[in-house]
Design a protein around this ligand. Structure first.
Ligand SMILES: C[S@@+](CC[C@H](N)C(=O)[O-])C[C@H]1O[C@@H](n2cnc3c(N)ncnc32)[C@H](O)[C@@H]1O
Length: 395
């Protein structure tokens, strides 16, 4: 009983377990945190904590993913049995229920989308800290879950649906935004290849003054809109589409179809953002020339008096901001891009570098200078050290 009192769901490691569970981290990661909770063993008190705070919560949610829960229960039961401790009856009963009622073949027939919750956990005293130190973002994304299920025999191609998966660089950019809100608040931000929309949701959280999310894939765009709505944001498909706004919206975000290959210079010039963002967009060598063309138009210094963009000319003069001692200046005249990327293929990356050079852009690796806080300490599958952060500006 004394041990049971120690497990507090609002403090680590209890908070980490709940966050990892809701973000559907692999069962092995969950069990590792569960062992921390029980000082090396998944004790009865730990099991009760898991049952009360996670399993019952998951069952109350209409859409919690049954195969994930079933796989976790299986691994949990086997871990406790191996340690020769007692398994709670509730776990056996629920697992037996799923064994009878759920067949893994259903996975292929099921809608390929799942809902998870990404919890950004703020250290005590952080100014960004709201809702008791966490910012929880519900996200609908694709079922790219070989890791979660640990079932190599279920042939679901990973990344068959890249725009509907959460890629590590968008977690990194999200941490960056939440760690350095002053860089982004009251700035007009434009993201290329926005995928599920997580970066845009974080920009809204820190009160960016205007947010434009874009993607070239219509089904990704449709999924992004669902995510914005799940997070209380209104998605406008154009700046004038006020009819799409509902009373439940706390803020509006523009979501546009923007294929890098075919979007015209005039269309792009109309945006004139302060800040351009991109997460894991440097991966397909065929798209790189078009991506760099889009970036260079968005980053081109704006000429005072130019009539191509929709913002008042007076804003050009006095809206420059120097973000603290780091010297990351942003203004509409000299926009800056933050591009986070995992360098998976060095040839592809070098190709990007040479295109950037040809486009008269300067690219700077600021990974060591502008380090975000680790707001996802429970997410063992997220390898932050694999990600580089670059700034891009016109020379
Ligand atoms: C690897 S995913 C990254 C998604 C998201 N930024 C993240 O980090 O989670 C690349 C994104 O770029 C989009 N994309 C790829 N090629 C594109 C193109 N030619 N034009 C516009 N968007 C494109 C994809 O639809 C996808 O959403």
């Amino acid at each position: 009983m004394a041990e049971e009192l120690r497990i507090d769901v609002s403090l680590p490691p209890g908070l980490h377990f709940l966050s990892a569970f809701l973000s559907m981290e692999p069962a092995d990661s969950l069990l590792s945190i569960a062992r921390d909770l029980g000082r090396g063993l998944v004790t009865e008190a730990v099991q009760k904590f898991i049952w009360d705070h996670c399993i019952t919560k998951a069952q109350e949610m209409n859409h919690f993913h049954v195969p994930y829960l079933k796989n976790f229960l299986k691994k949990l039961i086997s871990e406790v049995e191996l340690s020769q401790a007692e398994v709670l009856d509730e776990f056996y009963e629920l697992y037996a229920h799923y064994m009878v009622s759920w067949k893994d073949e259903n996975l292929r027939k099921e809608s390929a989308k799942i809902s998870k919750f990404v919890s950004f956990l703020f250290p005590d005293g952080s100014l960004s800290c709201q809702n008791f130190g966490k910012f929880v973002v519900p996200i609908q994304c694709s079922l790219n879950m070989l890791e979660e299920l640990n079932r190599a025999d279920i042939q679901i191609p990973i990344f068959s649906d890249p725009g509907c998966s959460i890629w590590p660089s968008s977690l990194y950019l999200s941490e960056l935004i939440l760690s350095f809100p002053d860089i982004f608040s009251t700035r007009e931000c434009f993201e290329v290849g926005s995928g599920v929309g997580l970066v845009g949701i974080c920009l809204a959280h820190v009160k960016a003054s205007k947010i434009v999310l874009s993607d070239g894939d219509p089904s990704t765009l449709a999924n992004m809109k669902v995510n914005l709505e799940l997070n209380g944001l209104c998605c406008l498909s154009s700046p004038t589409a006020t009819s799409e706004r509902t009373n439940e919206c706390t803020q509006t975000v523009e979501c546009i179809h923007l294929p890098w290959e075919s979007t015209s210079e005039t269309e792009l010039q109309a945006f004139a953002p302060h800040i351009v963002l991109g997460a894991d967009v440097i991966y397909d060598p065929i798209c790189l020339p078009d991506l760099v063309r889009v970036l260079s138009i968005l980053l081109r210094p704006k000429q005072i008096g130019s009539s191509t963009h929709s913002f008042p000319v007076t804003e050009h003069v006095d809206d420059q901001r120097n973000d603290g001692s780091r010297g990351f200046k942003t203004s509409r005249d000299h926009p800056i891009a933050y591009i986070a990327s995992v360098i998976r293929n060095i040839d592809t990356f070098n190709r990007f570098l040479s295109l950037v050079e040809q486009a008269n852009l300067s690219m700077c690796d600021v990974t060591d200078e502008l380090k975000p806080m680790n707001l996802l300490p429970y997410m063992y599958t997220y390898n932050r050290s694999s990600i580089r952060l670059f700034t891009l500006k016109f020379k």
